[in-house]
Design a protein around this ligand. Structure first.
Ligand code: ADP
Ligand code: MG
Length: 192
């Protein structure tokens, strides 16, 4: 990988940016994310493998309403749609989890099946709840490489937030096939 200064200079030249003047939206293990326009962000990645792989996932999900559009990328950065919202975990802490939101979470998981993901899972903090209460995934990882057949981390997260029972009750009543599959898998993954 090129060194950080060279890389930053390249984005600045290519996109007329000064990253020092851009708002830092967040940073994770893989990179830093800056707001570069009212509708888009740049993720400056720490390693090229995860950068290319995340870009590959976003390229395949492009067109899905549940994923940010991808505008450009190389092995050092990703330019993608800005998602203005609150992570699902903090949203639930403040507002609880009603049936409408449960239904949206299930539809999101079903989108993972439709997109051919091998990992039907996501962490609560990687789902953003937007002002209109629509959901969007910000940080997809391993979607086409890991094998997870049900939303394990999602349910673990809901459990931690004290709302898993509501989620399960909804599944049982409205989506019995998913209820059987997910609950069976989840129960067998939990220590006795
Ligand atoms: N498209 C986006 N819109 C708004 N904020 C974002 C977006 N992508 C990332 N962020 C913010 O930046 C943080 C780090 O980005 P993320 O892609 O999760 O990095 P990492 O892969 O290192 O975990 C996120 O937790 C979130 O706060
Ligand atoms: Mg992250």
């Amino acid at each position: 990988m090129k060194d950080k200064c060279t890389r930053n200079l390249e984005y600045e030249n290519n996109y007329g940016l000064n990253l020092n003047q851009c708002k830092l939206l967040g940073m994770g293990n893989h990179g830093k994310v800056y707001l570069i326009a009212s509708d888009r962000v740049i993720k400056v990645c720490k390693d090229s493998k995860s950068c290319i792989y995340e870009s590959f996932i976003l390229t395949r999900t492009n067109g899905s309403k549940y994923f940010p559009k991808i505008y450009d990328y190389d092995e050092h950065f990703i330019i993608r749609e800005y998602v203005d919202g609150e992570p699902l975990n903090s949203y639930i802490k403040k507002n609880g989890l009603n049936n409408d939101l449960i239904n949206k979470i299930i539809c999101l998981a079903e989108e993972f099946y439709s997109l051919g993901f091998t990992k039907i899972d996501i962490r609560c903090r990687d789902i953003m709840v937007r002002r209109d209460e629509s959901l969007m995934v910000i940080d997809p990882k391993g979607s086409y490489t890991r094998n997870v057949s049900y939303p394990r981390h999602l349910m673990k997260g809901l459990n931690k937030l004290g709302v898993l029972e509501d989620f399960i009750d909804f599944l049982k009543e409205h989506r019995f096939e998913l209820f059987k599959e997910w609950i069976q898998n989840f129960s067998s993954s939990q220590p006795d």
